[in-house]
Design a binder for this molecule. Structure first.
Ligand SMILES: *[C@@H]1O[C@H](CO)[C@@H](O)[C@H](O)[C@H]1NC(C)=O
Length: 263
């Protein structure tokens, strides 16, 4: 009797499972209408975070940790402009990124203690990746994440800055124009340098947004609405474009005291 019930359940399950599987396989993007608005993006923001400032961008109650191995800029995400949460149709599983996991831990760790790195990656995929997936080279979780890792290798921000003598420091603030003119030839004129105010009212650099075209080159010529765009992810992070008239700090990474790197 019991096995009959099980068999019956099994038979019922099969068609359902298959229908879902086909949707996922082809990256089903929802209704045509939805597809239009979600796939019409022209630019995509590659966002890197500086661990020396990132923890200060989090609300007070959110605990932060920087793994010992992290010594440079890490990935926050790759965000199509004005397109988010395009569909709930393409869930990501651990097995999707198994082959990339070691690299992702190194270059895209969650610095929020209460959020696992896998949850971080999966949230980024659900919110932004499913919209990026309109483009052929990014139309699956592994392709999306691979592209991000490749971009991070391509833009060695720390080195670019070091070559111009801009190094992490507790004492020395940097002028906006100085930093912008070092990065702009490599990242395009529309790059966005993001700051947060620390408890002592200083501007602290914590994030960098690099606008790219669909083909992931630095050639996005479309208008970027900074207001709308920096509200992305504004629920747990604070932050704003660094004001051009105020020198800002590029603090060192302090693994022991991530929220107060300079005491
Ligand atoms: C990438 O896209 C931009 C904007 O559409 C275009 O101007 C540029 O030629 C493309 N670059 C390559 C290498 O395809």
């Amino acid at each position: 009797m019991r096995s009959l019930v099980l068999l019956h359940l099994f038979l019922l399950q099969v068609p359902l499972t298959r229908a879902h599987w086909e949707d996922y396989k082809y990256g089903h993007q929802g209704s045509e209408l939805h597809k239009k608005s979600c796939c019409s993006w022209k630019c995509i923001l590659f966002t890197l975070q500086w661990p020396g400032g990132f923890c200060q961008s989090l609300n007070k109650e959110i605990p932060c940790r920087i793994p010992e191995s992290i010594k440079t800029w890490t990935i926050h995400g790759l965000w199509p402009l004005h397109a988010q949460h395009c569909c709930n149709c393409w869930p990501m599983f651990h097995s999707d990124i198994e082959d990339l996991e070691a690299e992702l831990y190194e270059h895209w760790p969650s610095l929020i203690t209460t959020k696992s790195s896998f949850h971080f990656w999966r949230d980024e995929w659900n919110k932004h990746g499913v919209c990026a997936a309109c483009v052929e080279g990014m139309n699956s979780p592994p392709r999306y994440f691979q592209n991000c890792l490749k971009l991070q290798r391509q833009f060695d921000i720390r080195k670019l800055l070091e070559e111009a003598n801009i190094t992490p420091s507790c004492e020395r603030p940097y002028k906006f124009g100085e930093v912008h003119s070092v990065l702009a030839p490599h990242l395009g004129n529309k790059l966005e340098i993001q700051c947060v105010k620390d408890t002592r009212d200083r501007e602290v650099w914590f994030q960098l947004k690099i606008p790219l075209s669909q083909n992931l080159t630095v050639s996005c010529n479309h208008y970027i609405d900074t207001e709308a765009d920096y509200r992305l992810g504004q629920n747990i992070y604070s932050g704003h474009p660094c004001p051009p008239g105020v020198p800002f700090y590029y603090f060192p990474i302090n693994h022991q005291q991530p929220k107060q790197p300079c005491g």
